[in-house]
Design a protein around this ligand. Structure first.
Ligand SMILES: [Zn+2]
Length: 118
């Protein structure tokens, strides 16, 4: 009488652990941010400090733009939702190539700086 079926498979199935090792990878995130900053700098955008940005209404101003760091703005990658000190409104801003600006525009942007926190 050996109709006994070893319940091994059941045990194995039950022991099947879904150990998803979700390794937090801050190093990779930091690496990507650094790389993005370097690429943007290559393209002529001075990210990583005081950056001239343009809002949706065309106002130019200077802000501190450190990719990945945002205390006063919603970072959407290459555009940010933040307060425009020129038009005094909330808007999407994007970095502007300083070389694309006229001297007057550059001066205007330098004179209009939002709060000095990233
Ligand atoms: Zn504006």
């Amino acid at each position: 009488m050996s109709s006994f079926i070893a319940p091994r498979t059941v045990i194995d199935g039950g022991e099947h652990r879904l150990q998803r090792r979700r390794v937090p990878q801050p190093m990779i995130v930091i690496g990507v941010i650094v790389l993005a900053t370097l690429v943007a700098r290559r393209l002529g955008y001075k990210l990583g400090g005081n950056v001239v940005v343009r809002c949706r209404k065309g106002h130019l101003f200077t802000t501190i733009w450190i990719p990945g760091v945002k205390l006063k703005a919603v970072d959407l990658g290459f555009a940010r939702l933040q307060h425009c000190p020129v038009g005094k409104h909330w808007t999407l801003v994007t970095p502007v190539r300083v070389t694309d600006l006229t001297d007057e525009e550059r001066r205007f942007a330098q004179e209009h700086h939002d709060v000095r926190i990233p």
